[in-house]
Write a protein that binds this ligand. Structure first.
Ligand code: ATP
Length: 318
């Protein structure tokens, strides 16, 4: 049996357009899936529906075969087993780190509570900050507290709604690596929402792409990279150069080889130093402006350049 099943979920806010359109997804126990979509594509709405915090217009969510009910059908919306972690932390500002993590356990036995909080503080490396207030912590530390708060109830499913967007790149990478290991240890099922492909790839190899409330493509990144279903899926991974006279067909900068004498002629208009190559902006004889990768850093501004690519690498039609 599928562990977490999202079955044809539909959502229309009052007086609005459909935000989710027949969205279906199955997750196995312990699976970590990154869901990528542009701003406004319905990701947060989907997570709130999965958590039982938002009414859906049609479709169902099942956890281990049991139906997750809409908030309007339940006295206290939501489930202890499914926890949502928000981008803006949602911490109690006047409570310490320890108190924040303890709060969801208000009704639990004192001994259990103490043991649980201690283990979470340890798991997240927050022991030395336990008496601090959220505002005395860095963004990354606050985000860890938010995750600790969600973990205190021993959830089976963790829903992460763009939790790292306020952190800098290094903080994000470190935290994601740490969490990835932790999720595996805890065998928690995770749906991680982001608009950032790098964050998604750091977190998991299972990607789901959503656009305008619809599931566009899911699978391993390599598969989506080589066989994108639409322009959004293709563009997520890199810039796309339009092939002259072949409308809707494109070639990626990384799939183009540069030569000094044979191939499609172009002229270097701009050169930008990037970590692994110079990114050249070139103009083809047919007028198109392309981006190419000069890995040997050998071409300069105004220089003539010749381009070749393998027809098998062409993507489209989109
Ligand atoms: N409570 C609400 N009432 C009415 N419309 C809403 C409500 N919440 C979200 N929407 C609309 O639903 C659409 C999807 O919003 P949602 O927040 O789910 O997208 P998202 O992909 O999470 O975006 P972001 O990445 O910017 O957080 C947007 O057009 C938004 O304006």
């Amino acid at each position: 049996m599928t562990y977490l099943k999202l079955d044809k979920i539909q959502k229309i806010y009052e007086n609005g357009q459909p935000v989710l359109k027949e969205f279906s997804l199955n997750l196995e126990r312990g699976q970590v899936v990154s869901l990528i979509g542009e701003s406004g594509s319905g990701k947060s709405t989907l997570l709130r529906i999965v958590a039982g915090l938002e009414n859906r217009n049609a479709g169902e969510v099942y956890l281990e075969g049991l139906r997750i009910v809409n908030p309007k059908e339940k006295l206290v919306p939501g489930y202890d087993e499914i926890q949502l972690v928000y981008q803006d932390y949602h911490l109690y500002p006047n409570s310490t780190v320890e108190e924040n993590i303890t709060r969801p356990l208000l009704l639990y036995d004192k001994n259990y509570k103490e043991k649980r909080v201690k283990s979470i503080l340890k798991l997240l490396g927050l022991e030395k900050f336990k008496d601090k207030l959220p505002r005395q912590l860095s963004g990354g530390q606050q985000q860890k507290v938010a995750i600790g708060k969600a973990l205190s109830l021993e959830p089976q499913v963790l829903l992460l709604d763009e939790p790292f967007s306020s952190l800098d790149t290094i903080q994000r990478r470190e935290l994601i690596a740490e969490l990835r290991g932790m999720f595996a240890t805890l065998e928690v099922t995770v749906l991680f929402v982001t608009h950032d492909l790098d964050d998604a790839l750091q977190m998991s190899n299972d990607l789901v792409l959503v656009q305008h409330g619809k599931l566009i493509q899911k699978g391993h990144p390599e598969e989506i990279f080589s066989k994108p279903r639409n322009l959004y899926a293709a563009k997520l991974f890199s810039h796309l150069n339009p092939i002259p006279y072949q409308q809707q067909y494109f070639i990626r900068p990384s799939d183009i080889q540069l030569f000094k004498s044979t191939g499609v002629p172009a002229k270097v208009k701009e050169s930008q130093y990037l970590v692994h190559y110079n990114q050249l902006t070139v103009q083809l004889g047919t007028g198109e402006i392309w981006k190419v990768e000069d890995k040997k850093r050998e071409f300069g501004l105004g220089q003539k350049i010749y381009l070749k690519w393998d027809e098998g690498k062409v993507v489209g039609p989109f």
